[in-house]
Design a protein around this ligand. Structure first.
Ligand SMILES: *Cc1c(COP(=O)(O)O)cnc(C)c1O
Length: 403
């Protein structure tokens, strides 16, 4: 069963019926899923939750999928919280720096959260052909979960998407194409092809259920921290689904009385080469116009325009957080340094949150006593790494002094 009652336009509040296929609202804005929170709160307790096995479906009362047979699973885990003792010491921090390592999820990124629930819901609603634009990770997650559900997927990605991403999509059953453009250009193809190709558009926030899946990040984090939210969350922001989802999770948890009104500062991290949300935040705007000539090698945050821009900005402002852009070179230098010093191979987007954290500590927006969460949203193994060419010729004497 599910406690879902209806959907609501995030901009106008207009109501939409549950049990039907929905894209954007009539106003062209994302739809938010609403629940009977009073009944939900009576149906499950923190103690019951603690007895359940790991994975997104442990929170099924908070999710929209009614029938258990539609809840697709590829072996989701509760992703670990990893302290960074070396960095804490080097920066003189008395609080805690904690990485939430989402690279441990199926398909190696937190896109599994949103797509697991979106694909499960698509199955429940009787859809059988899904399409999306992607910078890589979302496409891989959708292909994998849709294949597990017996559904067809068509996927478009920018032509410079790394081979590993395109190939993992294809191998997991996705019909994938490179397009000479950015993710928003790919999105146009998906939108325009809806009628002729008969697919359902699963673009970020253009269907209502990916947010619900990403909401499990907020539920899980709260549960892991003993229902005490941290002081700040650094989130690498592309379409912003995760930031919006966590914010929604916190509101729902407060509504059922599991947490109080304390919220972490929500900090949207972007790269200097693609920072539409940072610019809108600095300018005091509600919306973020298209960022021209967007570029960063951190592909997950190379999103020049976001349909949920106002939802990201509202959460950032309501939480007393901020939006911050980081230098491209620092992202990679930091990834390399953290791998060496902490033994933790972050993805570039995850490394960007560390750069942002360091900057915020310096400029005083974050205090040394804060407990902060840095989201490492994907495994570092999917990204190019510095090459290694050291070689031993075993037919010659080995110079053991060199090691
Ligand atoms: C998608 C993605 C992001 C951005 O997440 P949003 O919730 O869409 O803002 C960041 N990093 C990686 C690795 C991603 O795949």
């Amino acid at each position: 069963m599910t406690f879902l009652t209806h959907l609501e336009c995030s901009y106008t509040g207009e109501r939409y019926d549950a049990g039907k296929v929905h894209g954007l609202s009539a106003a062209g804005k994302p739809l938010l899923v609403r629940y009977d929170l009073a009944a939900l709160g009576r149906a499950v307790s923190k103690e019951q939750l603690a007895q359940r096995t790991d994975g997104f479906w442990r929170y099924h009362e908070f999710l929209p999928v009614a029938r258990a047979e539609n809840r697709i699973s590829l072996g989701e885990v509760m992703t670990p919280l990893i302290r960074m003792p070396h960095s804490e010491k080097a920066l003189g921090v008395s609080g805690e720096i904690i990485v939430k390592d989402e690279g441990r999820l199926p398909t190696g990124s937190f896109k599994a959260r949103g797509l697991c629930v979106a694909v499960s819901m698509a199955k429940e609603l009787g859809l059988n052909h899904l399409a999306m634009p992607t910078n890589g990770n979302a496409g891989a997650a959708m292909a994998a979960y849709a294949s597990a559900a017996g559904m067809k997927t068509t996927i478009f990605c920018p032509d410079d998407t790394p081979a590993v991403n395109v190939e993992e999509i294809a191998l997991q059953g996705g019909d994938v194409y490179r397009v000479n453009g950015l993710i928003n250009d790919c999105g146009k193809i998906v939108g325009e092809g809806k009628e002729a190709a008969g697919w359902f558009d699963v673009s970020t926030l253009k269907e209502p259920y990916r947010i619900e899946g990403k909401k499990t990040m907020g539920l899980e984090l709260a549960e892991q921290l003993g229902w005490e939210l941290p002081d700040a969350i650094f989130y690498p922001t592309g379409g912003g689904t995760g930031l919006i989802g966590m914010w929604k999770a916190f509101d729902e948890l407060e509504a059922i009385g599991w947490i109080g009104s304390k919220r972490p500062k929500m900090i949207a991290v972007q790269a200097k080469g693609c920072a539409p949300i940072v610019k809108a935040w600095e300018d005091g705007e509600e919306h973020a116009p298209l960022w021209e000539n967007a570029w960063t090698a951190a592909a997950g945050i190379r999103v020049p325009i976001a349909v949920g821009d106002f939802l990201i900005l509202r959460a950032v402002r309501a939480s007393d957080g901020f939006a911050i852009a980081v230098e491209e070179e620092e992202i990679f230098a930091t990834r390399d340094a953290i791998a060496r010093e902490e033994g933790l191979l972050l993805c570039p987007e995850g490394a960007a949150t560390y750069v942002a954290f360091e900057q915020s500590l310096k400029d005083g927006r974050i205090s040394k006593s804060d407990r902060v969460i840095l989201y490492n949203c994907a495994t570092g193994l999917k990204y190019p790494m510095p090459s290694v060419d050291k070689f031993i010729d075993r037919t010659k004497p080995v110079d053991y002094e060199r090691f």
